[in-house]
Design a protein around this ligand. Structure first.
Ligand SMILES: [Zn+2]
Ligand SMILES: [Zn+2]
Length: 342
């Protein structure tokens, strides 16, 4: 039984791990899983090739990936140029930036887990290019690439896609990570994420899979039951700094993790995936270690991890599961997708 507090060194907060609570009786709602078979093409989908979007624009007849500016942008260079508030404790600034959508595939019915390795490599190259292109803009200080997958995280359109928020501010978790990485280096002369990788390797129980240059593990300080970090073993501040060999290795490990997720309960596995890359505000981030974080909201096939008193009210996570046990579950799963198993 794990019943203790664990320190999250990248977020600077405590996680309460109370694994004995996982099997407590539950009489609340459970999550229904959509079991409908999707068509490869949906004439009503805004992302499918050839369809007209709300903006009136027509999607090209794309064959691999498709990038376009989000029709419902949360940040834009068209946002009102609000003046600063003076003589006030309240502050404001314009919501400036660029929001984009990246469709992974022309196929409406596929998910990232079902793409070929070569298609994942193509997508990684699109992400590299987007980070460099958007990050080069003088007003853009950070590029957040993320995917919300599944209805339980609020995705209305199942067409496989991610979003990019390139903003004039640095997202909070990235800002914290960048700050603690710099401080750790100043204090110890070491890179924090390398210390995490070394500690995970010494323990070994939470490593799910690895190849020559990339590793996937459930961190000691995981907040969600099936939280997984995927990272290159060498420190690179962003995805675009990876070599071609590292990119191929990253596609391999990403694919293994995504398939294991789907195989866990033989269903498309919902998650929030975020690429943690160095800010693009012109500062140096040599000690920032690019990684991908998966935050899956389910702790059982039909049971959501609800964020409530401790998380929303107090600001610290209460985890009902032991990362060592959950990593073991993922580790033993096959890397052939269940839809391809007989
Ligand atoms: Zn579609
Ligand atoms: Zn991170």
């Amino acid at each position: 039984m794990v019943w203790e507090q664990r320190w999250h060194p990248l977020r600077e907060e405590w996680i309460i791990v109370a694994a004995h609570r996982q099997d407590r009786p539950w009489i609340g709602d459970t999550v229904r899983q959509p079991q409908t078979q999707l068509p490869p093409y949906d004439p009503n989908c805004y992302f499918c090739p050839g369809n007209i979007r709300v903006s009136g624009e027509q999607n090209p007849d794309y064959k691999q990936t498709f990038v376009f500016d989000n029709d419902h942008a949360c940040v834009s260079f068209d946002a009102p140029n609000v003046p600063e508030l003076t003589d006030s404790i309240y502050k404001r600034k314009p919501a400036r930036g660029i929001a984009r959508v990246v469709c992974y595939s022309p196929r409406h019915d596929l998910t990232l887990a079902e793409l070929e390795t070569s298609e994942i490599i193509t997508l990684l190259k699109v992400w590299q290019q987007q980070y460099l292109e958007l990050g080069a803009h003088p007003e853009i200080n950070h590029v957040l690439i993320f995917e919300n997958k599944g209805e339980v995280v609020g995705v209305s359109n199942p067409h496989p896609h991610c979003q990019i928020y390139a903003t004039n501010f640095i997202f909070k978790y990235i800002e914290t990570e960048a700050r603690v990485c710099e401080r750790h280096f100043a204090d110890t002369g070491r890179i924090l994420f390398q210390d995490i990788l070394r500690t995970e390797k010494e323990d070994g129980r939470r490593i799910i899979c690895e190849n020559e240059t990339v590793i996937a593990f459930m961190p000691y300080f995981a907040r969600y039951a099936y939280e997984v970090f995927v990272a290159p073993k060498k420190t690179h501040p962003h995805l675009a700094a990876l070599s071609n060999d590292e990119l191929n290795d990253l596609a391999d490990i990403l694919q293994q993790i995504l398939i294991k997720f789907d195989n866990l309960w033989q269903m498309p596995f919902p998650y929030v995936m975020a690429l943690h890359q160095a800010p693009t505000d012109g500062e140096k981030y040599d000690n920032f270690h690019f990684h991908i974080e998966f935050h899956p909201p389910l702790r059982k096939p039909n049971l959501l991890k609800y964020l409530a008193g401790p998380e929303i009210g107090g600001g610290n996570f209460l985890s009902d599961t032991s990362p060592e046990e959950k990593a073991k579950e993922l580790k033993r799963l096959p890397t052939l997708h269940y839809k391809l198993q007989n």
